[in-house]
Design a protein around this ligand. Sequence first.
Ligand code: MLT
Length: 395
Amino acid sequence: MKLNRNFENLQQSYLFIDIARRVAAYKEKNPGTDVIRLGIGDCTRPLAAPVVQALAQASEEQGVAESFHGYGPEQGYSFLRAAIASYYARWGVNLAEDEIFVSEGAKSDVGNLTDLFDADNTVLIPDPVYPVYVDSNIMAGRRIEYVDGSRENGFCPLPGAAQKADILYLCSPNNPTGAAYTRAQLAQWVAWARQNGAVILFDAAYEAFIETEGVPHSIFEIDGAQECAIEVCSLSKTAGFTGTRCGYTVVPKALVRGGTSLNAMWSRRQTTKFNEVSYVIQRGAAAAFTPQGMAAGMENVAYYKKNAAVISGALTAAGVWHCGGKDSPYIWLACPGGLDSWEFFDLLLEKANVVGTPGAGFGKNGEAYFRLTGFGGAEQTAEAARRLQKLLESL
Ligand code: MLT
């Protein structure tokens, strides 16, 4: 028996597991310390009332023979796919219901989509970025090339004339930097993908945080993207579904390579390996798309962005370079005093009892940077910002 030796090329553990272990070890050694977690981007606001009502009602239905639901439609219930299609119509994007695949979240789909592609493909990944793209392709044994994000290019790297690859991941607004591609910039990547026959896997998980005029919420706002892109999105960060789990992936029917429809391939893959999101959760998700559900979601987005502004204020006061927090819940800062990102992680944990995420976990270009999230509670975030500023000013 042969194991998948590609696993030997992965970091020893997944970034956020690594951080959780270090924090647990610190807490064990220092019991009673008030550690504030601004590391993983996990929501703290509860589900909106219309979502909770829909979940409760759907649970009741499941207990009654006449309204009981067993296996559902393989791509998700029409009531939810129609709601998602209407949501996209807000950006002028027309989707057919059979281009939408309901999932249990963006993370698994961005990894699972690699099933569509041969191992003998080159994957292009911006650096820094959400580590799941890199890890999933290492597991599959694909060649990975990186396109460098930097302060100079505003962490929105663009294709070079000589850039070649088969698959490209883009995350906009970006996790971890908060940078968001403009329409003109995204159009450059779409033109590049079409020229090279490449497929873009576009992660739109943070689209609800966009406030800058002219920043697209969906790659399908760009002409020609339906022929070269797949989009993955999630209710995690917009409707607080990190623990409830529901997302969706759009695979346009116009996306064809070598005469084969990727929509048909993804449908084939999902029907074999995935058994739909539960009826109850899909009812809750549909409620998140109602006007009341969306208003509540946007209130939470505003709450998290206010937290990001509080963190940003502390960094500005301490004279620390940072970006993000505008179209994103994340603040991306330069580590002070020449520290690398894991050194700053330790310092912040030990001296201020605040947990963040070392930039190195998002790629080599994150080595001298650090991410803080606005997803915490307002009071804890204000306290963390106060401690952070005090620490920075003492260095
Ligand atoms: C993050 O903190 O980067 C995200 O919460 C991770 C995720 O969405 O899986």
